[in-house]
Design a protein around this ligand. Structure first.
Ligand SMILES: [Zn+2]
Length: 363
């Protein structure tokens, strides 16, 4: 259980921190300038998506991803490895992997884009992100041993190349103006492989380490994140990639993770599924910390109260649950926006409660 601060070139990030996914340089339906009102400090963009659309050169021409999307806080960019993995395991012919790197396209009509260790680092520097990731090769947690071995070997090899490219390109940049460089631990469910991967990455030395997403099989979250946290240096900044539900976020935090990103709160919001009733009594154990409110439920049609009376977000401070239910029934995009604002606020209230728990502050 850690609470501290991660200093980036665009300011301090209080830890633990929930980071919304702004995959295509947008938290869907929400202007970036209003995100701090929901307690959001930092956002995460997808390198693979921005290469494809609008293209790195466009973002660069506009002055970088911050100016492009109107956001002045820290930005994390992923490596693109996870996107390529998703395409590799989906429709045939959308992605390939070789020792040199990954090639991918989002549809058969597009041309292939290459992600090599060198281009991965160069692209993220051109985007202007403040925390960037080494290229990694992700696999399914239950993939055959040979595939897990290949994943770890390529991830270590590419991280070595990324470290060298980053150090060369940043040689003349003062340390306080450089982005942070993170690496991803792979190895699936094989503890020996994950140990090998973590040890090699530690030898290279990074500002933080990511683990999560697909390497975690259903129902194994605590076992897997706990082992990986134990492999990494004490006090290291650990990013739980794609983690997760409020309860999984708390479980990973108890294992030592302090940055979390997930599409769940924003995607669920657009489906009219809201997180409510933050229960801070269960932060130290495995109890529920949230409840789910579905706007499709008849009980909200005449509800004069806010969706969550304890929440201070734009939705709960100004509108009844009945109004939000109405917006979803008439399919107005304002419903998506207000529900997203609420779910993000739920997550940032949760991480604020975790920070307060460590420091002893009263919320
Ligand atoms: Zn709210």
């Amino acid at each position: 259980m850690t609470s501290s601060v991660l200093s980036t070139r665009r300011g301090d990030v209080s830890l633990p921190q929930f980071v919304p996914d702004a995959t295509r340089a947008v938290v869907r339906g929400v202007p970036a300038g209003t995100l701090p009102q929901s307690g959001v400090d930092t956002i995460l963009v997808s390198t693979a998506h921005l290469i494809s659309q609008p293209g790195t050169s466009v973002v660069r021409a506009v002055g970088g991803v911050h100016r492009f999307m109107g956001w002045s806080g820290p930005v994390i960019s992923d490596s693109g490895g996870f996107q390529a993995f998703s395409l590799l395991t989906g429709q045939k012919g959308l992605a390939t992997v070789s020792d040199a790197g990954l090639s991918y396209r989002f549809s058969p009509k597009q041309r292939f884009r290459d992600l090599t260790p060198k281009s991965c680092i160069e692209t993220q520097l051109h985007l202007g992100a403040d925390i960037i990731y080494c290229l990694d090769y992700c696999t399914h947690p239950l993939a055959p041993d040979a595939e897990q071995e290949k994943s770890v070997a390529l991830t270590i090899r590419w991280a070595t190349e990324c470290r060298a490219v980053f150090d060369r390109l940043m040689a003349d940049t003062p340390p306080q103006q450089r982005p942070q460089l993170f690496a991803v631990v792979q190895g699936g469910q094989r503890a020996d492989l994950r140990t090998r991967c973590a040890a090699a990455l530690m030898d290279l030395g990074f500002d933080g380490y990511g683990f999560g997403g697909y390497p975690i099989a259903a129902g194994r979250l605590v076992d897997e994140v706990e082992l990986t946290a134990r492999l990494l240096p004490p006090g290291a900044v650990l990013h739980g990639l794609g983690i997760g539900t409020p309860e999984n976020l708390v479980a990973a935090w108890r294992c030592g993770y302090s940055i979390f990103d997930c599409t769940l709160p924003t995607r669920n919001a657009r489906r009219g599924v809201l997180y409510t009733t933050l229960d801070t009594r269960n932060l130290a154990d495995e109890g529920k910390v949230s409840r789910i409110a579905r706007m499709s439920d008849e009980k909200w049609v005449r509800a004069a109260t806010p969706v969550d009376p304890d929440c201070d977000c734009e939705l709960c401070a100004n509108y009844s649950a009945a109004y939000l239910a109405h917006l979803f029934r008439v399919e107005d995009s304002l419903g998506h926006t207000l529900a997203t604002v609420h779910n993000l606020r739920f997550y940032t209230r949760l991480t604020a409660a975790l920070r307060a728990r460590v420091t002893g502050a009263v919320l």
